[in-house]
Design a protein around this ligand. Sequence first.
Ligand SMILES: [Zn+2]
Length: 680
Amino acid sequence: MTNPLLQPWTGAFALPPFAEIRDADFAPAFEAALAEARAHVAAIAGSSQPASFANTIEALELAEETLDRVSAVFFNLAGAESTPEREALQRDLAPKLAAFASEVTMNAGLFARIEALWAARDTLGLNAEQARVLELYRRMFVRAGAALDAAGRARMATVKERLAVLSTAFTQNLLADERDWALPLAETDLVGLPEFVVATAKAAAEERGAEGHMLTLNRSLVVPFLQFSPRRDLRETAYAAWVARGENGGATDNRAIATEILALREERAKLLGYESFAAYKLEPEMAKTPEAVRDLLMRVWEPAKARAETDAAVLTAMMHADGINGDLEAWDWRYYAEKRRLAEHELDEGELKPYFGLETMIEAAFDCAARLFGLAFRPLDVALYHPDARAWEVTRGGNHVAVFIGDYFARASKRSGAWCSSFRSQRKLGAEQRPVVVNVCNFAKPARGEPALLSWDDARTLFHEFGHALHAMLSDVTYGFIAGTSVARDFVELPSQLYEHWLDVPEVLDRFARHARTGAPIPAALRDRLLAASTYDQGFATVEYVASALVDLAFHDGTAPADPMAVQADILAGIGMPHAIRMRHATPHFAHVFAGDGYSSGYYSYMWSEVMDADAFEAFRESGDAFDPATARRLEANILSAGGSREAEDLYTAFRGRMPGVEPLLKGRGLLDEIASERA
Ligand SMILES: [Zn+2]
């Protein structure tokens, strides 16, 4: 029998033939793809021809094509639609793929060819993109340990394989803890909850094959529950379960895994001669050093903490007025903040919610892309990997640009959070390849027959992930190595966070925030109250984020902690963490940092990018038109289409003419006056 993963994909847009792929196809496909990649790499390394850019770098660009294709399908499914079989295969594959990656970057013959090219780089007649790709390849090899002696290379490979095993276990434990917890809610437990929360709890029960209503640890359910439930006892129970993910003892506990990961990362950095993992990790980023990261975070921390403390006093008084004495606790914050929002801004999430239907918000995200970049979206009737996933063809001027897949609803088989990834990335080398990009979210699925409604936060998430998708879809480079989102980690959130700003544009809300049942546009007064409240509770949001970023940085800057939980507690005490706010992600469920390497000592990246996105949207404001064509063209030319073709700072400067300061960020979060009052 032929394996559909290994055959040419000849269907519409060369999409993976999801309907034909069976789980049993993956293991043999990986085996064949790895063997093919190994043979290609060996041929490149062992070539008797002198090294040239074409026979070394370009050949490497194409060497792992089958493996990339199989991996993209498998890992997208493992994240969005996991099964016990896929989880087992993922555990089996993680060390094998890590070993293969090490084999390539530690291949002495290959590295010698890259070094020869690097030494001769000025005489090779390379264009700017080629020179950049050569530089990045060499950097990747050196940073992976290619220049180490044999013993060092062997140890590095062992360390990386073990890290791959550990991060897979971390992810799977987290998924298990999220999946295994559910709290049946009796009719009396639903008192005070808005209709949409009740509907979500009903859908959650339905999904688990139960009658009635159920609370789960999905963010789109547990957060609104914490916002609205007047039942302090239930809020405490739900909150405790939510923050205990990965910390429940037993087989799914992540604490020992985190400890081992941190120790191995330190060893990895030291093998390469860096004083810490943070120093190693930050070198190729915009921030460059741990000091620069800490400096930014602490400049934001103080005003955010001051705001949070003022807010905590107000919320505590509200709670005391309810007849509840003692301290405001973490499970009280959202509830009283919601009440205060209603009182001060007359903004009720329940009143707002019907205006943010999933369908109209997708339309809104598409329409902004049409106005800014001339893109058009046409629904496709193709088989995907789950009935809830949908696809569109993206075109411009009638020309194919990309396929976009949206997979929006939470389900037990999907890992938590929201992300953008690709089934295929853009490149022009060989035959031009256009991208297939997917946005995966965890929005609450409505009960049967009900419209899907988003919270304001969910709507922002939809725009955020779509911003990443644009970065991938508008990519226009020759080499896949630098395509789309292959940029510095602290630059990659710029397109996504920038895109969120268009959701705040009044004319976008007027057109697309329409009542899910009546179709009536959002009343102007409600819209204005929504926008006026945009900086509401930013003390809380900033504190929970910055605390997580500081803990992440501390874990990787210096000696790896023997007891990360103790270090976490020390850091929080040291910065004076407000009593009623916890880290946005505590260590045992901090997937950004432990589910892979991506955001390790890099959680600050969102804020680093926010410095730029706040300033970048100012460029549109300054033009007087949120859709100014000239500014949009500069954005596409210098950032969205450019991938990693130049240093991030150069890309930004080409777009804006200069680098920004931290003020637009503080202004955007409504924290500038905190600085003024501190100075006063
Ligand atoms: Zn993002």
